[in-house]
Design a protein around this ligand. Structure first.
Ligand code: ADP
Ligand code: MG
Length: 395
């Protein structure tokens, strides 16, 4: 373990004298420095930012003066259960994690920060983690779902308290807005968010936004707001196989289940790329145990159907029928597409599998998927992930 003061001594003999006056706690991954006053804290934060960014551990600074009273009577919306400590880090979420940890220690360092990715990948978790960490360091933070932000605005407008509303959101150190895609079509909310945005930026405070899609793919949001969203750092969050494996192990432990191969493989094989799904599945095992008798030899074609169905939250048989329901329709087309591209089935074989007497519907469905892949980045990404998963199961 490296010793913070020793490291500092080699670097800057004058500063080390000052640092010795602070309470310093060090673990293998982080250093916590407690300063007597807020002035010292500001100095230390600046010093770390400019001189100690290469120490190799996370450095947190807090001061004895802050904390109490400041956050009282202010509902910040932050949930204590989501922290950096219980967030499993891997290749596909590492960048998001690191930048989030940084902005929570040093609000304004990357503002605005925009994180996007599919459902159940830990976006909301990270927002609350930022909130919790930043609060611990004495910053004022507020978390809002875009919908709740909107409701809050409308309520304030009706009560003639719009000024208070603006004031409330403009005086924080960190504004966390979740599910930004729900701003679609809410014109007045967008206007107000824009104002808050401008005033926070002017004060070099931190704005962190989260969405299920890239800002440019959010519809019905004003150009000027989107241009603000894309003016900072944009990070995509995903879930790769290796990270999924770490998460599965972590969650099994958390639920008091064994982490042997049997359990790990069972969860890996029966879940898609969503941590929420993994958690749900593990909760079920906790209640029912592993049901291996349910597993039987299945054909490749059935595997494609069942994996695609599960990915969309459907049952394999849902895909065998024609439908107008949007979600089922897309899932069905995707399943047909993979029957062609991965299993090389003929169009008429595919037609039969999906309850059609001829090959034209398969042809049409596959073309649709190909077209959508070219124009919709999220859809394309989803298919890449799904394809990787399918290849593993049918090889
Ligand atoms: P999103 O907002 O991206 O849809 P959430 O943040 O709500 O996803 O995450 C869904 C669930 O999965 C939460 O219970 C969260 O704690 C958990 N989770 C997601 N990612 C991770 C991770 N990397 N490590 C631990 N738990 C995670
Ligand atoms: Mg969320």
């Amino acid at each position: 373990m490296r010793d913070f003061l020793l490291f500092l001594e080699n670097r800057d003999r004058f500063a080390v004298g000052l640092f010795r006056q602070f309470k310093i706690e060090e673990t293998p991954t982080r250093v916590l420095i407690v300063t007597p006053t807020l002035e010292y804290k500001a100095w230390v934060l600046e010093y770390i930012r400019s001189r100690l960014s290469d120490y190799g551990k996370e450095i947190l600074v807090t001061s004895k003066e802050e904390g109490k009273g400041k956050q009282e009577s202010f509902d910040d919306g932050i949930q204590a259960k989501y922290t950096f400590e219980n967030f499993v880090v891997g290749k596909s979420n590492e960048l998001a994690y690191k930048v989030c940890a940084e902005v929570s220690a040093c609000p304004g360092s990357y503002s605005p920060l925009f994180i996007y990715g599919g459902v159940g990948l830990g976006k909301t978790h990270l927002l609350h983690a930022v909130g919790n960490r930043a609060k611990m360091l004495g910053y004022k933070v507020v978390y809002k779902q875009a919908n709740d932000f909107s409701e809050d605005m409308i309520k304030s407008l009706k009560q003639g308290k719009l000024e208070e509303f603006r004031e409330k959101y403009s005086q924080v150190d960190i504004l966390l807005i979740d599910d930004v895609q729900f701003l679609s079509g809410k014109e007045r909310t967008q206007v107000e968010l824009f104002r808050v945005f401008e005033s926070l930026q002017a004060r070099e405070r931190q704005i962190l936004l989260v969405s299920d899609r890239h800002p440019k793919d959010i519809e019905d949001v004003s150009e000027r707001l989107i241009s603000r969203f894309v003016s900072g750092i944009i990070i995509e969050i995903g879930l790769d196989e290796e990270t999924k494996l770490s998460i599965v192990r972590h969650k099994l432990l958390l639920f008091g289940l064994p982490t042997d191969r049997r359990h790990v493989d069972y969860v890996m094989e029966n879940t898609g790329y969503s941590v929420r799904e993994i958690e749900g599945f593990i909760k079920t095992i906790k209640l029912t145990g592993i049901k291996e008798e349910g597993r039987k030899e299945t054909s490749k074609e059935e595997k494609v159907l069942s994996l695609v169905a599960r990915h969309f939250g459907l049952k394999p048989n849902d895909l065998r029928r024609e439908t107008r329901e949007r979600k089922v329709l897309v899932a069905r087309q995707v399943a047909m597409y993979f029957c062609k591209t991965l299993l090389h089935m003929s169009y008429s074989q595919i037609g039969k599998t999906f309850g059609k007497s001829d090959h034209t519907s398969a042809l049409y469905a596959i073309r649709k998927v190909e077209e959508k892949r070219c124009t919709d980045r999220r859809f394309d990404y989803m298919l890449q992930v799904l394809e990787k998963n399918l290849r593993k199961h049918i090889s």
